[in-house]
Write a new protein. Structure first.
Length: 285
């Protein structure tokens, strides 16, 4: 496992997308590997009856996509990395994941926000669907944020999906000489705490055991690690701890690729991505 070797960046021309691409270039340059960028334009086949109008509209939309790829090609040259580009048509999340699968990429990188025409293709639910459908890890990077590997925060809930995230977190911390903080959150309301205090204590005990087990594994691998068990709203605890620890990266697991899980990445993960100030890596099992 360790460092990522083959990286695909979903680009849309937004500020966050441009920053995500720059950060991905630096990962690629460190590892001496190639990088690829994909942008997706909408299909216009069913929108216009007139062939002439449809062709003109398609030319304009394609031009926007080509402009985005030309911009990242220039950035790749400035960053000193070899870039392969893809201009796809259709559903953004389907197209991104199809390119990722066909090219055997092991990481998809995306920006968090977009506001204009082509940018809107990657806002909100599209990001969730890329993550939900993806067979590979997805890294979401905000605008004006630098990616680092020295201080990693792993959020775990003890599930098999979190176990995959723990493996990746330990591998990355070891590969980059970083430190690892592990947190598990007991998220129950006041009524449950009042009516079932023994159940809450059991949950806290289980969280402590989960955190300790990961901490022990990290230290056995030569990674400095510390553990935390929080109580309260899960995403708030994770975000606040990341801020307190000056984390460069939050790593979380993804709950599979079937049913509703394919459409929604999970409310906690989605809220962390939407509100934290640092990049979030979603690890796929």
């Amino acid at each position: 496992m360790g460092k990522y070797k083959n990286i695909l960046v979903a680009v849309d021309g937004s500020v966050s997308s441009r920053n995500a691409f720059r950060q991905a270039c630096r990962i690629s340059r460190e590892n001496g590997k190639h990088i690829a960028a994909v942008t997706v334009i909408p299909s216009l086949d069913d929108l216009f009856d007139s062939l002439i109008v449809r062709e003109k509209a398609a030319k304009a939309v394609r031009g926007e996509g080509e402009k985005v790829l030309a911009e990242v090609s220039k950035a790749a040259e400035e960053e000193g990395v070899f870039l392969k580009t893809f201009l796809e048509e259709g559903s953004p999340y389907d197209a991104v994941n199809e390119v990722a699968g066909s090219g055997r990429y092991d990481l998809i990188v995306m920006g968090r926000r977009g506001t204009k025409a082509l940018e809107r293709a990657f806002v909100g639910s599209v990001t969730a669907r890329v993550i939900g459908h993806s067979a590979v890890d997805v890294l979401v990077i905000q605008r004006n944020t630098a990616l680092g590997w020295k201080k990693i925060l792993l959020a775990t809930d003890g599930s098999k999906y979190s176990a995959a995230a723990a493996d990746k977190a330990i591998d990355l911390a070891k590969a980059y000489g970083g430190e690892l903080a592990v947190v598990s959150v007991v998220d129950v309301n006041e009524e449950f705490q009042t009516t079932a205090p023994e159940a809450v204590e059991k949950m806290i005990k289980k969280s402590r055991e989960t955190v300790q087990a990961i901490k022990d594994r990290a230290e056995a691998a030569g990674v400095a690690a510390e553990g935390f068990v929080g109580e309260g709203n899960s995403h708030s605890v994770i975000i606040n701890l990341a801020k307190e620890k000056n984390s460069n990266l939050i790593i979380m697991g993804s709950h599979g690729r079937s049913g509703l899980g394919r459409l929604l990445m999970g409310s906690v993960t989605e809220k962390v991505i939407g509100h934290t100030a640092c990049p979030v890596l979603v690890v796929k099992s």
